[in-house]
Design a protein around this ligand. Sequence first.
Ligand code: 5RP
Length: 234
Amino acid sequence: MTQDELKQRVAQEALKHVVEDAVVGVGSGSTVNFFIDALAAIKGRIDGAVAASEASAERLRKHGIRVFDLNSVSELPVYVDGADEVTEHLAMIKGGGGALTREKIVAAVAERFVCICDASKLVGVLGKFPLPVEVIPMARSYVGRELLKLGGQPVLRENVTTDNGNLIIDCHGLSIIDPPALEAKLNQIAGVVTNGLFAQRSADLLLLAEPGGVRTLRARAVERSSVGHRPVLS
Ligand code: 5RP
């Protein structure tokens, strides 16, 4: 089974977590693209979507799925997104596609974060994948120096401007033993918009596509947040 087939399978599985007659939060990346394509089949059963990137918004619209501004949405029962790395505690590195800030905002609003990945994304310790940090352009050099002090090797992502008009520094060489602490520390650096650690608000549910099927890993609080919602494909 190819990696794309695994992504497609987990994207299909995620439909079971989409809530009927509600707006669904949609992340970005190649796995999410498969999810958007799968979502098109049930678009009549949802109100629409909030997208974490311009690229996802465009793909949703092409499928005829209504895209809402996050500011006009008061309830977001579920957010579906991929990850670059994820631990069994459901902390993640995200931002390989550069959409980390909007992803973190939509994830913060959502009651439940459903992470969809193929098995290659599951790691024991985060940090082999370079940690993306979104920075205000004038702070680029300063933030780079601060990342060096923390033991990382910062590399500016060439020719990339985020949907928010900022830059991405990819920080190599970090072994992230305490993800929530590093997430908070990096966000304290002046000029950092946000960083790609999703540990303070980690996923609630991980759907992991393996050759033998899709495995579900749950965070402890997840059942509490699902009360009162009816999944589309129940
Ligand atoms: C984009 C992301 C993506 O979720 C992450 O990069 C995974 O992407 P893919 O599904 O293509 O492997 O965080 O900013």
